[in-house]
Design a protein around this ligand. Structure first.
Ligand code: CA
Ligand code: CA
Ligand code: CA
Ligand code: CA
Length: 152
């Protein structure tokens, strides 16, 4: 489990959100070491940002974005990521009419079509290990996230 901030979001001082999720036991957390306000859970190892000059925490869009995991063998991300180094890639968007941003060989579809901003929903792979590289069929929307558990 990768957390933006590995904290218990149900119990934040002055902002308790009981409908949220406890990410304090995440495996990793994103932390930008030049974002001095970024939370750092000492028990959870950090993933730092390699983009020079980027001073903000990891953030993905609520309506559409690409999440790509690569093996790190392509060390120059500025000219794009070598497709052969990609472990997996998911493009999601709330609208099926959106323009594709990632090559079809990495993801032919969109996860999350119809997802509602701030609806508390989650995009989840339907079956662990099933990956057709078409996120329209590999993923579905569920009503609440279940961090640490795979879909049943
Ligand atoms: Ca963070
Ligand atoms: Ca940490
Ligand atoms: Ca490259
Ligand atoms: Ca895939």
């Amino acid at each position: 489990m990768l957390a933006k901030d590995a904290m218990d979001h149900t119990n934040i001082p002055n902002l308790p959100l009981p409908e949220s999720v406890d990410l304090s036991h995440a495996d990793w957390e994103f932390r930008n070491s030049v974002d001095y306000g970024d939370f750092d859970n000492p028990d959870v190892p950090n993933i730092d940002n390699i983009e020079e000059g980027h001073r903000l925490d990891f953030m993905i869009s609520l309506t559409g974005d690409v999440i790509l995991i690569a093996d790190g063998s392509d060390v120059n991300y500025l000219d794009g990521i070598d497709v052969n180094s990609v472990i997996d890639c998911v493009e999601y968007h709330s609208s099926s009419d959106a323009m594709k941003e990632i090559e079809a060989e990495l993801d032919r579809g969109f996860a999350g079509v119809g997802i509602v901003r701030y609806g508390g929903q989650s995009i989840e792979r339907i079956s662990a290990g099933f990956d057709s590289n078409n996120s329209s069929v590999d993923f579905e929307i569920i009503e609440h996230p279940t961090p640490g558990y795979q879909h049943e």
